[in-house]
Design a protein around this ligand. Structure first.
Ligand code: KMH
Ligand code: ZN
Length: 321
């Protein structure tokens, strides 16, 4: 176990309530699009790779902090956690053992869909990013193109994207395609046309808007990107920094899902630092309820994405003979 001893915490009980029609519907009888319009998947991206703990004390960087944060976010209405891990010095890492421990701990302590970032930090090599999949998360991100990322470059070569997509499908790991720009939507079509659908067959995307170098965090850009998505795809959106609220409101009104968290924004209002991820999830859940598309429970999130919940600890078969 990384980040200090962690006894098995009690699972957080989902606070979300959804209409009976959603909970009664089975995934195999209900198109994913219909499910997405009745409820809202709230993804929390609690940590990211860019913010220093010293600049944001509420940022969860140890495993214990991450697990406690994830439990609190589930109680506020989150259905999926998008995870970047940190090392002892609170710096971003793709250390395989830490990733495995993190997946296991989150499965033991929450019901959330556990998604590992394969984007990592802009400095991470491709081999280490591909090796993230060895931790066998429920889902993983797959970024759909290269872009300027502030003063840096976030590199996603076409052949790397194809390799990531193929390995995720081979391992039965659900895909979330990260779209930072309109051209990334075209790349997604090209990927699916040439290399087939992801594991489980369901296409889920996340529009990451407002990155300096990517598409702006505006309603107009969101509408343009959503109009170009593959038919039947579900999608969430997140606006970084001060585009958080405009993007969330546009996404809800356009039938999409929400991603929030300290990976993308550190404030709850201009000049007011957030107290932490649970506060950001609570606000998103409030907005979703206001839109009459209440938060999906983690079980409904698993169903919508077509990623079955894995057992917390794999049951090892008894050796024969
Ligand atoms: N940290 C960014 C360079 C992802 O998680 O897949 C990439 C990123 C995308 O956050
Ligand atoms: Zn990320």
């Amino acid at each position: 176990m990384v980040g200090g001893a962690l006894s098995r915490p009690a699972k957080a009980s989902p606070a979300a309530r959804v209409p009976a029609c959603v909970s009664a519907c089975r995934r195999d009888t209900l198109p994913a699009v219909a499910a997405s319009s009745a409820g809202t998947l709230i993804t929390v991206a609690p940590t990211g790779a860019e913010t220093a703990k010293a600049d944001a004390p509420a940022l969860p960087v140890t495993l214990a902090e991450l697990v406690a944060d994830a439990q609190a976010c589930q109680a506020e209405g989150a259905g999926l956690v998008h995870v970047h891990v940190r090392d002892e010095a609170a710096l971003p890492t793709l250390d395989p053992a830490r990733l495995r421990d993190t997946v296991q701990a989150l499965r033991e302590a929450t019901d959330l869909v556990v998604q590992l970032s394969t984007g990592g930090a802009v400095t991470d090599p491709e081999a280490a990013r591909l090796a993230v999949l060895d931790a066998q998360p429920d889902s993983a991100s797959c970024s759909m193109g290269t872009l300027n990322f502030g003063d840096d470059v976030f590199t996603n070569r076409w052949s790397f994207i194809v390799e990531m997509h193929g390995r995720m499908r081979d391992r039965g790991i659900g895909a979330e395609y990260e779209l930072f720009d309109l051209g990334h939507v075209s790349a997604l079509h090209r990927l699916l046309d040439r290399h087939g659908p992801p594991a489980g067959g369901h296409v889920h995307c996340d529009l990451v808007m407002g990155v300096p170098g990517g598409m702006p965090g505006t309603a107009a850009a969101l509408v343009a990107a959503v109009a170009a998505l593959p038919a039947g795809a579900t999608w969430s959106a997140t606006g970084v920094g001060r585009s958080t609220l405009p993007v969330a409101l546009a996404a809800l009104s356009a039938g999409g899902h929400l991603r929030v968290g300290m990976e993308d924004t550190l404030s709850i209002a201009p000049g007011v630092p957030t107290t932490g991820n649970p506060e950001l999830v609570r606000r998103a859940a409030d907005l979703a309820r206001l839109a009459q598309r209440p938060p999906l429970t983690p079980a409904q999130a698993h169903g919508m994405l077509g990623v079955p919940a894995a057992p917390a600890s794999p049951v090892r078969p008894t050796p024969l003979g």
